[in-house]
Design a protein. Structure first.
Length: 623
């Protein structure tokens, strides 16, 4: 593959073709730097700092870099890895790729070793990655990078604007800590790239609801404005910070809510800001937001299973990754040790500090409780419920969709060997169907849900591949109750969907019941399966399977169904207690004091939200 600049049209066979400035860098001595003394920048608002590692930190960084070294491609001067993606933005399907963002992170870590060979490698990587940024000011994607060297920004569908934030942050780390060790011509190009990224961030101007990017973009624009004395950008960054702070306080937390991935990214970025930003106006807001982030983590941590309880707005792994436990270990100086402290290449730069008042959430379980969260304050708010006992964590959100990053209904419990989970999904051709919208009411260990479909909803993504007026084709449509590390061999499934599925495992009784199902005249049925290698098993309510068929949600008068879930040590669902009624185009569900009403007919997303009601707010007020 050829390393593409923005002007390349098609990937070609891999041939290293260096731009003219590449040749200049090779000719120039790599030891030529801007000056011979460390640059310390402190103007009362932003400060630079010199990276100084202890022997232990040096050893851990060396260990963390081993895998990166093995993946380094000296010809391409980037990291080379097998292709993988979340399934959107890129048109690539396989092969090996060279990642821009990850290569920059590697370069920053290489600089931190203070090894001359590593420094030269880092300079080469940075120089390479800079060539992929869109540098034409008239281009709609000016200032951003592609994900991969093998696919230019113009070839992505669509490009990911977040790469201005992600790559800009890494370049700032270089300038703020190693400017004196970078050749002068490269220092100038890095500075221009940072300013280009800042323009992209400002033009895009994401709202404060996009939590991690709202924070990251604020850091990039503020740091750039201070380093390069851009007054208008400085004013923008300050106002952006104030808007995000006020927005977060108003909504009582991050609206990219309770995300194991992006709450930690937000905390990482706030930690980075705490390190570099000393502005007396900005710093108190940063410190307050950092505390809010840790409060979210602590109050949703289920100590008996060591899992991050739901519901999750965005999540890439239903079981928390080892890196999370490593963060807890380092944030508490080793007080929290959950058996994982693998070295990471950024840990010496991102220094976390868990506030003392939240430590007890991680060290002991103090008894049954219900966490009630308001994730979005609005006329139709987003509300979360998390029920925690010494056996179980069960959670839901009142309204969302089935995007593969969502965890709208999620449970954790401890099995005989390790933690088990339940995740509720709706699948289109065995991939999460974002057009499916789920509305839930939860009271302790009972969840009552209604599902309908948005005619303008997404398919594999919430916004990148929206349906054309409800039209799509499918070979398979099903609701999936997905379990981790659970043997379902002895589970007996009912003959009809109107009968509940009930079984016991790990000291708990699991009950699932669908009182009504309407979807294009289908006759749903229960089935089950497993993936032994992934330790996953599932019980599915199948709505369609067979030859590829065209569906038109906008032409359906009825496409909705109900679901009742109960997980309890002894009790199961009595189907007689779950009431439903279809009246005036609405599906009305009622179970043990929980009430919900949703449209039977698919509608646009905003219409579905406007036409659903529940009594969850009343349940909130009784706790």
């Amino acid at each position: 593959m050829k390393l593409n600049t923005i002007n390349n049209q098609k990937p070609a066979g891999f041939q290293i073709q260096l731009p003219c400035h590449y040749l200049l860098l090779i000719i120039l001595p790599l030891t030529a730097c801007q000056n011979s003394n460390p640059v310390v920048f402190d103007n009362g608002h932003l400060r630079s700092t010199k990276i100084e590692l202890t022997p232990e930190q040096q050893g851990r960084l060396s260990t963390a870099l081993e895998d990166y070294h093995q993946n380094y491609n000296p010809e391409a001067r980037m990291l080379k890895e097998p292709f993988s993606s979340p399934g959107y933005h890129t048109t690539l399907k396989g092969g090996d790729v060279h990642r821009t963002r990850k290569s920059l992170r590697y370069a920053v870590a290489l600089m931190d070793t203070y090894n001359e060979a590593d420094r030269q490698r880092a300079i080469g990587i940075i120089d390479t990655v800079l060539t992929f940024q869109v540098t034409n000011p008239d281009h709609q994607y000016f200032g951003i990078w592609p994900w991969f060297a093998e696919e230019s920004v113009d070839q992505m569908v669509p490009p990911d604007r977040n790469w201005a934030d992600f790559c800009g942050t890494q370049l700032l780390e270089v300038i703020l800590t190693h400017r004196d060790r970078i050749p002068e011509n490269l220092t100038e190009r890095i500075g221009q790239a940072i300013q280009n990224a800042s323009v992209a961030i400002r033009r895009r101007d994401v709202g404060p609801g996009y939590t991690n990017i709202a924070i990251m973009g604020t850091f990039v624009t503020f740091a750039a404005s201070e380093l390069y004395r851009i007054d208008t950008l400085n004013q923008y960054a300050r106002q952006r910070m104030k808007n995000f702070y006020d927005f977060t306080l108003h909504h009582r937390g991050f609206t990219e809510f309770n995300s194991p991935t992006y709450t930690m990214v937000a905390l990482d970025e706030l930690s980075r800001m705490r390190k570099y930003i000393i502005d007396p106006e900005m710093k108190p807001m940063i410190d307050s937001l950092y505390n809010i982030g840790w409060e979210i983590v602590a109050t949703h941590f289920h100590q008996p299973t060591h899992q991050w309880s739901g519901p999750h707005s965005r999540c890439y792994s239903t079981l928390v990754r080892n890196s999370f436990y490593g963060n807890l270990y380092r944030a508490t100086d080793g007080q929290l040790n959950f058996g994982s402290d693998e070295p990471e290449i950024t840990e010496h730069r991102i220094a976390h500090d868990l506030p003392d008042q939240y430590l007890h959430y991680f060290t002991r379980f103090s008894g049954h409780r219900v966490e009630r969260d308001t994730f979005l304050m609005a006329e139709n708010p987003i509300l979360g419920t998390t029920y925690l006992t010494d056996q179980l964590s069960l959670a839901s959100v009142n309204r969302t969709n089935f995007w593969n990053q969502r965890r709208p209904i999620l449970g954790y419990w401890s099995g005989t060997e390790n933690t088990n989970y339940l995740q509720v999904r709706f699948l289109h051709d065995l991939y999460d169907f974002s057009a499916g919208n789920v509305f839930s009411v939860q009271d302790q260990d009972e969840i009552l849900s209604g599902v309908n479909f948005a005619t303008n909803g997404g398919d594999t993504h919430t916004s990148l591949d929206r349906l054309d007026n409800g039209k799509f084709s499918a070979r398979d449509l099903r609701l999936r109750l997905e379990f981790h590390h659970l043997d379902l061999d002895d589970v007996q499934l009912p003959d009809s969907p109107e009968q509940p599925v009930t079984f016991s495992s790990d000291g708990l009784t699991f009950s699932f019941y669908s009182p009504v199902q309407q979807f294009d005249g289908s006759e749903p049925f229960w089935t089950k399966g497993e993936d032994v290698a992934e330790e996953e098993a599932w019980i599915d309510l199948v709505f369609y399977e067979g030859e590829e068929k065209a569906f038109d949600l906008s032409a359906m008068d009825q496409a909705a169904f109900g679901l009742a879930i109960k997980i309890h040590p002894t009790e199961s669902i009595d189907p007689e207690t779950v009431k439903h009624k279809i009246s005036e185009g609405k599906l009305e569900l009622n179970w043990n004091g929980k009430e919900i009403s949703i449209p039977m007919k698919p509608m646009k997303e905003n219409e579905l939200l406007d036409n659903y009601t529940s009594n969850l707010a009343e349940i909130f007020n009784t706790i």
